[in-house]
Design a binder for this molecule. Structure first.
Ligand code: SF4
Ligand code: SF4
Length: 131
């Protein structure tokens, strides 16, 4: 009995289309829930370190004094937590997967270029001098 079940499955598999896609000739479908890899806009990052604290796999390192934001792509489990917690929304999920790594290190380093805007100076009367 089991033999006939197995034979039926084998014949069905031979005549049916492959369940897998012929990637990269046919790219996979992406939906709103698809996740690729984390992308940062270093010009908006305020070095608060929230993403580093929230990351469950310790993939992110923020060095505030050196103005460095670093991610280890080999540690990232694409959970989206860093993106949800970032107060200035400078992280986003790109739908493309990371390109194949050329070394054993998955480290990517970015120089934070955010410049804090200066506060308007106050006059002696307490009002804004620029106003
Ligand atoms: S997506 Fe998740 S695992 Fe990847 S860097 Fe962000 S918090 Fe860490
Ligand atoms: S990426 Fe966002 S959460 Fe992470 S240090 Fe920069 S501002 Fe803070």
């Amino acid at each position: 009995m089991a033999f006939f079940e197995m034979a039926k499955t084998a014949i069905r598999t031979v005549v049916s289309r492959p369940a897998t896609l012929m990637y990269p000739a046919r790219p996979g479908k992406k939906t709103g829930l698809s996740r690729g890899h984390v992308v940062i806009d270093p010009s908006r990052c305020i070095s608060c370190g929230m993403c580093m604290k929230k990351c469950p796999s310790e993939a992110i390192c923020v060095e505030k004094d050196e103005r460095i934001w670093r991610i280890d792509r080999l540690r990232c489990v694409v959970c989206n937590s860093c993106i949800e917690v970032c107060p200035v929304k400078c992280l986003r999920m790109d739908l493309q997967y990371s390109p194949a790594l050329l070394s054993h290190s998955g480290l990517e380093t970015f120089l934070i270029t955010y410049v804090k805007p200066e506060r308007p100076k106050k006059s002696e009367t307490g009002e804004n001098a620029d106003a």
